[in-house]
Design a protein around this ligand. Sequence first.
Ligand SMILES: [Cu+2]
Length: 131
Amino acid sequence: MNIKRLLLILLLVIFGGLLVWKFAPLALRKPPVPQAAAPGPHVPPGAVLVNINMVGFDPETIDAKVGQPLKLAFFRPNANNCAREVVFPDLGIEKKLPPGETVVVEITPQKTGPLVFECGMKMLKGQLIVR
Ligand SMILES: [Cu+2]
């Protein structure tokens, strides 16, 4: 056996090994197990769903009417944001928002104009537009 042939065999072995090393995990990988669907919000009839995502409250602006009770169903699907609570400073309302739970806040606006709600650190903000 000459040295060239030996070298060729060596190269083939290395190359083949690399191929196996690179692609075997792909072939062996099991199909991803579907994750249990995250429980969605439980919105009571007539309530307005307010999702809380990484950028804030969604929707950020909600229409409301003076003297008319309004139910807001706050839903924080996960903890990827700082909204551990929602605060209505003008109303003295403060509610914890545990991830995965729907927290219903019922308010009856008493005057027209904007009515702000925000996270406990005043970083995420939303508002009711009361007419
Ligand atoms: Cu915050």
